[in-house]
Design a protein around this ligand. Structure first.
Ligand code: TXA
Ligand code: MG
Length: 319
């Protein structure tokens, strides 16, 4: 049985023994193992039921340590790291040979970030290896934003979840790479808004929403999906009245008319996109667990974190 606790020493011991455990970050909970130990990395793929072609993010706690794992940090990448780390931004950088090919699915770049969570930062400081950690959900399902979410879904497969409370940001990190001779390229919208990134390094290209992008094999369109049928409405569209259908709804600021209040979740009554991101996955999860036949959602304004949220909603609806 899984233990939920706040003991970094216990977490350290499990990790040193090659086990994988749940860890908190500011974005979503991660399923962490020693990134330099291929057996631990294999265990991550096994526990998540994740295909081996979907590479993992490596987490560390300082820019100094980063040079052990990456060969080169281009100037634009360094600026972003210095500005936003620790934080919800993942950089794709050329990997050092010490990073197992299993972690990067054979790619020459490794995804790295310094997460902004005090408990996980102190754990990383105790360790002499970095942590590979995908989101701690079974492959394709909604990402966890509390320790209990992790225990509910993976509790029979892992020994420990380090409990750092509910995640502050609530959606995964933004992923950016630096292809030669091209604009810095965002492969996944996430917790760091594009506007903030562009304010530091100028224009970036956006290459997400693809199902066949070799640079980002994990950007599958059917992702973050509830088990229930999920329908993303058009802006301003209302929920169709289908006889005998029990509808649940995910609303932005106010509940939809015509649907029972207890079958609805509101992301942010004040229209705050950061609050909406923080609530997104927990609300989707609770709608998925309700006695409803189908879940409807409305799109959010397409700026700031609203873009990343809309991306998750689109993927949740793609089957
Ligand atoms: O916020 C986050 O990023 C969370 C927390 C735990 O840090 N982690 C996370 O990991 O969302 P995961 O595995 O669910 O998503 C990582 C994504 C995958 O879709 C993968 O395809 C992409 O990162 N990725 C990893 N390495 C890559 C690489 N070398 N090139 C392109 N994409 C990469
Ligand atoms: Mg994930």
């Amino acid at each position: 049985m899984v233990t939920i606790g706040t003991d970094s020493q216990a977490a350290k011991q499990y990790l040193e023994q090659g086990h994988v455990i749940g860890i908190p970050t500011e974005t979503v909970y991660g399923l962490a193992g020693n990134a330099l130990n291929p057996d631990a990395v294999l265990e991550i793929f096994r526990v998540k039921n994740r295909p081996a072609f979907d590479p993992l993010i490596v987490h560390t706690d300082s820019l100094d340590k980063l040079t052990r794992y990456v060969r080169d940090v281009p100037e634009t990448a360094r600026k972003l790291a210095e500005t936003f780390w620790p934080g919800p931004l993942t950089l794709l950088l050329p990997k050092q040979a010490i990073v197992p090919d299993l972690v990067t699915s054979g790619l020459d770049t490794v995804a790295v970030r310094i997460p902004n969570h005090p408990l996980t930062l102190s754990l990383l400081r105790l360790l002499d290896f970095p942590l590979a950690a995908p989101s701690a959900n079974p492959f394709g399902y909604i990402s966890p934003t509390t320790a209990q979410h992790v225990a509910d879904q993976l509790g029979d497969r892992i020994p420990y979840v380090l409990d750092g409370g509910p995640c502050d940001i609530g959606i995964e990190s933004t992923i950016i790479g630096f292809p030669d001779g091209e604009l810095p390229t965002v492969y996944r919208l996430g917790g760091m808004a594009l506007e903030q990134i562009e304010a530091i390094i100028g224009p970036v290209a956006l290459r997400s929403h693809s199902t066949s992008n070799p640079q980002a094999p994990g950007m599958l369109s059917s992702h973050y999906a509830p088990r229930k049928p999920f329908i993303l409405l058009k802006p301003g569209e209302s929920i169709p009245l289908v006889p005998y259908e029990r509808a649940g709804a995910l609303a932005f600021r106010e509940p939809f008319g015509g649907i029972a209040g207890d079958h609805q979740r509101v992301l942010s009554p004040t229209g705050d996109l950061a609050e909406a991101a923080k609530n997104l996955f927990a609300h989707l999860r609770s709608l998925d667990n309700m006695d409803v036949d189908v879940i409807y959602a409305e799109p959010l304004p397409g700026r700031g974190l609203g873009r990343a949220i809309n991306d998750r909603l689109k993927r949740a609806g793609a089957r």
